[in-house]
Design a protein around this ligand. Structure first.
Ligand code: RFL
Ligand code: PHB
Length: 394
């Protein structure tokens, strides 16, 4: 088999790239190690930046996100028992975010790909990338006990943090930066009415909590838990009780409880691999970088990487220009590092750190007090939260 771009991974990054390339008349095959149902069962992101919505528009897959997604013009910061609204629209001159689940984005992309008759190989085993430092890159994989080979011009490594692409880069060619946080997020998805119309990010002495949603009848809640906590140590009733402790009286009164549709623990990590290109191999999304979810940036960064990569490939095939290819890594990394900084800062501000004790808590409360009462500080938070543009000035 031969294609122009071999895409490894059918998560949001791989599927979005496939759809954008299709719109530009560029041929791509996606190789995914899991089944479609497994990919759809991963409950992850919920907040889309305008930059991400614009790319979904360009890929022609945004109809349901516009119809069913919830536009949010602000969110609340809760600390010292009180909520303070960050008015995203007023502070940014009209920007907002859209609350729409990653599962739904993935489903829309899968449906569009199937409708266009494009090839995705699911359940591929032993996926390997070869010769990306030379003129004839190729991908091999096993499917139903048979080995297959896919020859291509370029390989897009969209295979997430544990994928094979970054791991295939020769040692020494990659510099990685990492911070692992001493806590994780225990998440619950439940068919209960959200406690409020907008998201609530809570800093409390018992630890961080986040009230998010997927619709007006489906809530997504998170609690900061120590990394040593095991899922089996938590019952859903304990979850609701602890969430109630971390909310203000009004939100607590509005808290509806019910069975969990999904419950999981995610560790928190900041990670960047540089550079993001090696010859004909391009890393995009979680394959190259991880942010802690506090800033809601992971999926959005994956989308902006894909936007740069799509432009690079379109320039190459349409105009025989290598400019986008040569600048891909630098352009991505500039936006990546800004989002890394924001996510690290917001995580540090909102979570309880075991080593900083009461003094650390006081410092966070003082910073939050400043943040919600200073227009310039609130503006800095708001413009990062809604997402930086893809082309920022020098
Ligand atoms: P994915 O989604 O991990 O997809 C990678 C795909 O590659 C496949 N794969 C392979 N395929 C072939 N061969 C191999 N050897 C392979 N190895 C792996 C995998 O099966 C998978 O299908 O990466 P991608 O596409 O880069 O997308 C990144 C996002 O999924 C991620 O950044 C976000 O979910 C992060 N995130 C959030 N991002 C946001 O923008 N806003 C949010 O509100 C938000 N909330 C979150 C989050 C992540 C969370 N967790 C669980 C870490 C909340 C949570 C709790
Ligand atoms: C979510 O709805 O899953 C979500 C929302 C905001 C975040 C992280 C996750 O910052």
């Amino acid at each position: 088999m031969r294609t122009q771009v071999a895409i490894i991974g059918a998560g949001p990054a791989g599927l979005l790239l496939g759809q954008l390339l299709h719109k530009s008349g560029i041929d791509a095959v996606i190789i995914e190690q899991r089944s479609p149902d497994y990919v759809l069962s991963r409950i992850r992101a919920g907040v889309l930046e305008q930059v991400c919505m614009d790319l979904l528009d360009k890929a022609g897959v945004s109809a349901r996100a516009h119809a069913e997604g919830l536009p949010h013009d602000g969110f609340d910061l809760l600390f010292k028992g009180e909520r303070h609204r960050i008015d995203l629209q007023a502070l940014t001159g009209g920007s907002r975010v859209t609350v729409y689940g990653q599962t739904e984005v993935t489903r829309d992309l899968m449906d569009a790909r199937a409708a266009a008759g494009l090839v995705t190989v699911y359940d591929a085993q032993n996926v390997a990338v070869h010769d990306f430092d030379g003129a004839h890159p190729r991908v091999t994989y096993e499917k139903d006990g048979q080995m297959h080979e896919l020859a291509c011009d370029f390989i897009a490594g969209c295979d997430g943090f544990h994928g094979v692409c970054r791991a295939s880069v020769p040692e020494g060619a990659l510099h990685t930066y990492e911070r692992v946080y001493p806590f994780g997020w225990l998440g619950v998805l439940a068919d209960v009415k959200p406690v409020a119309h907008e998201l609530i990010y809570a800093n409390t002495e018992r630890g961080f909590a986040l009230c998010s949603m997927r619709s007006n009848t489906r809530s997504r809640y998170y609690l900061q838990v120590p990394t040593t906590d095991k899922l089996e140590n938590w019952t859903i009733d304990q979850f609701w009780t602890e969430l109630g402790h971390r909310l203000d009286p009004e939100a607590r009164a509005n808290l509806e409880t019910g069975p969990a549709l999904e419950m999981s623990i995610a560790p928190l990590r900041s990670f960047v691999a540089e550079p993001m290109r090696f010859g004909s191999l391009f890393l995009a999304g979680d394959a190259a970088h991880i942010v802690p979810p506090t800033g809601a940036k992971g999926l959005n960064l994956a989308a902006s990487d894909v936007g740069y990569l799509w432009n690079a490939f379109a320039d190459f095939y349409n105009d025989r220009s290598r400019a986008g290819i040569d600048t891909y890594s630098d352009r991505c990394l500039r936006r990546v590092w800004r989002a890394e900084r924001f996510s690290w800062w917001f995580t540090s501000l909102m979570h309880r750190f075991p080593e900083t004790g009461e003094f650390g808590q006081k410092m966070q409360e003082a910073e939050l007090d400043y943040l919600v009462h200073s227009r310039s500080a609130s503006t800095a938070l708001a413009e990062n939260y809604v997402g930086l543009p893809m082309d920022f000035g020098t």
